[in-house]
Design a protein around this ligand. Sequence first.
Ligand code: HMG
Ligand code: MG
Length: 302
Amino acid sequence: MLIGMSTNHVRIVEVGARDGLQNEKTLLPADVKIALIDRLSSTGLKTIEATSFVSPKWVPQLADAAEVFQGIRKLPGVSYPVLVPNEQGYERARAVGVSEIAIFTAASEAFNRKNINASIDESIERFLPVMVRAKQDGVKVRGYVSTVLGCPYQGEVPVHEVVRVARRLHEVGCYEVSLGDTIGIGTPAKARAMLKAVAQEVPMSALAVHFHDTYGQALANILACLEEGVRVVDSAVSGTGGCPYAKGATGNVASEDVVYMLHGLGMETGIDLDILVATGAWLAGQLHKETASRVTRARTAA
Ligand code: HMG
Ligand code: MG
């Protein structure tokens, strides 16, 4: 069944090893992170965010980024992007052979200040030298806009700010811009309207959606955005994570649940759900917590 007007194929960007683990209380050793990414590689996923070369003082959970990136088995045809906040992060990433990065900013000034200690415009300025070097080096760059449906500090985020920041990231050379509901408060009509507004300025084929599931709206939001034509969805196996700057915020929508919904809709992902479920159950065990994926809970119930 076709939803919206574009292709039936949806690319999942698996962000669990980065967005998930950066917010978990349990610090996993590098070899477990490497095992996680290797397992994810065997599911058929084509994009697996591996780690983050941010300041280890800000995110100690991912201080072992270089070791993890060097340790993973890189399958041909699979991308392993990493987060980079500045030139220092770019250099650390390139030193271990990274060939795709993600830069990140927000549609809310207050959130950006807490997250990367810069205003929105300063942060984009800070990325410009990274973009120049990435172009010279043939490194692909993805961009994230956070707080697209609300901010833990300023509350409402005007859609025109989301549009402005997304357009700017696309203009400076991001091949894809991921729209993040960082604290998971959006609802479907709002998500659809936001996506529609951004798609007036950035082609839909260059957009992705990134929902956290705090209020249990993520699958409904994704469905609304699929109907609008988006075909790239970020998610995290086992629904790990949270947001250090938003009380009560939970992790990304679980990849298992997204894949189950997409396959049920007759859409195709290239992902083996059984292997993904086994990976999610294994990760929950490593983190000593119950999985946040409803599909994994159902499939692994005794
Ligand atoms: P700052 O403190 O303003 O930076 O932080 P600074 O340039 O003054 O540097 C301070 C210290 O950090 C210095 O060390 C630097 O060397 C070091 P010192 O001299 O004090 O010993 N440093 C670094 N070390 C290693 N790697 C680096 C690096 N940069 C500086 N790359 C900074 C500014 C951007 C660095 C900091 O705020 C930071 O790292 N923030 C990252 C926060 C983060 O990772 N947040 C989560 C990711 S975003 C997200 O999850 C949202 C998303 O999922 C989408 C959504 O859900 O909305 C993407
Ligand atoms: Mg996120």
